[in-house]
Design a protein around this ligand. Structure first.
Ligand code: ZN
Length: 243
């Protein structure tokens, strides 16, 4: 079992000098934390999400390390973060929540505390970009899904930046989608919604942002390599927006 108290301690220590944390909900007595880093920043906010799948710990660790250190480089950006959206899954290393539900495909379920916490954080907001951190147990290298409207994709720069710290998955087709240098620009998800439910990333892209990146690190590599891959991808997205 992973230690949630240790996660909470690190989060609170990091927030002490950089922002504020609050509880957006409770799951089996464990808080779902919502953190605002640089809460007084004037620019449009960004949203970071990690840990939707509890057996993908690199995203949670990357979100923590970003809050602890890397966010210091961008004092003018307000980062809203849900660094561990599935506390039960994180503690027990399960993809699903305690009820066996894959939270990534049930954005329309209003009875789930994890989804209610997310909805509470995004309600009425518009984010300059959203980065959602995941892992893939089968991929030999890093890849990402990028959705963007109204401006060019940044997949090329992103791939180049991540390749400095982590191998890229160069397969021409990843998870059934065409990919170039480890970046997939998926078609609108009507078909997938029909088959798999209302996806969290799609819902966020449809209602709350014009630029969404789903970052996927390869679980077979060392934890810090995967964390560095997520942080490199996040840096590429931030710099595309704030230079
Ligand atoms: Zn995942």
């Amino acid at each position: 079992m992973r230690n949630y108290a240790e996660f909470e301690d690190r989060l609170h220590a990091a927030c002490a000098s950089r922002g504020v944390s609050r509880t957006a909900g409770f799951v089996d007595g464990r808080p779902v934390f919502h953190v605002s880093i640089h809460p007084d920043a004037a620019g449009p906010p960004a949203l970071l999400i990690a840990g939707t799948h509890g057996d993908e710990p690199a995203g949670v660790e990357a979100a923590l390390q970003f809050i602890e250190r890397a966010s210091d480089a961008y004092p003018r950006v307000l980062f809203e973060a849900l660094p561990c959206t599935n506390p039960h899954g994180y503690v027990h290393a399960t993809r699903e929540n305690a009820a066996g539900i894959d939270l990534n495909w049930v954005y329309d379920r209003e009875d789930l505390p994890e989804i209610r916490a997310l909805r509470d954080v995004v309600a009425g907001r518009r984010f300059r970009f959203v980065v959602d951190m995941h892992e893939d147990w089968e991929s030999p290298g890093y890849y990402a899904y990028e959705l963007r409207r109204g401006a060019p994709y940044i997949g090329g720069e992103l791939s180049e930046r991540v390749s400095c710290v982590c191998p890229i998955n160069h397969d021409p087709v990843i998870e059934g989608d065409r990919a170039v240098a480890g970046v997939i620009h998926p078609e609108p998800y009507a078909e997938r919604r029909e088959h798999r439910g209302h996806g969290v990333p799609v819902a966020l892209y449809e209602e709350y942002t014009d630029h969404l990146l789903t970052s996927e690190s390869p679980t077979s590599l060392p934890l810090q390599t995967r964390v560095d891959a997520h942080l490199a991808a996040l840096t590429a997205v931030i710099e595309a927006h704030v230079g």
